[in-house]
Design a protein around this ligand. Sequence first.
Ligand code: GSH
Length: 212
Amino acid sequence: MPTYKLIYFALRGRAEVARLMFHQAGIEFEDERISGDAWHKYKPETPFGQLPTLSIDGQVIGQSQAINTYVAEITGLNGETPMEKARVVMVVESVSEIFQKLAAVHYEKDEAKKAELYKATFEKAIPEYFCRMEKILSDGGGSKYFAGSKVTRADITFFTLFDTLRQAKIGEGREWFEKGATPCPKLEQLVFDVEKEPNIRAWLEKRPESSF
Ligand SMILES: N[C@@H](CCC(=O)N[C@@H](CS)C(=O)NCC(=O)O)C(=O)O
């Protein structure tokens, strides 16, 4: 079995999907959280000057989606058929788009613009994405998962988004992140099913706290 080392900051951020997949599959990996001088020293050695990186027996890859693809393949969580793999990417891309919108709200300095972006994101964009994703779940041939009949990277990726939204509980609209109030029952069920996976649950119970 190769030696895996995932390096990221002390956050869930762009590393949590990979961590969750490793845990779901029960594959050992080193979960290094770096900061300060250690990061400045390591930065020039990374492929793009950024984290996360994953090293596999010392060979380093960068870019979180490349890492997630690699980890999904070795953990058997990337879908089995070409259609399942395509559905995984469809969900991953959509969740990335939503995270980009959340980041735009978070980093906007102008208060008026921030309020506008906030409204557009939480009252329009996210509900629309959620309705579309609910429909994708309904089109899954009777499966309760996004791709095939078992948990994949797609479900875990959506879970990390929901988890972030639920934890942030930002302003109006928060009620759809709370159990019982979302207008997307299949998505809601999916989140609870992912959370109930024993290895995922064990990780959620012990993982370090972080704001995102
Ligand atoms: N496209 C890259 C973006 C990576 C990225 O933005 N990493 C940030 C943390 S989330 C980072 O390394 N920031 C520190 C820096 O750039 O010095 C990915 O998905 O991995």
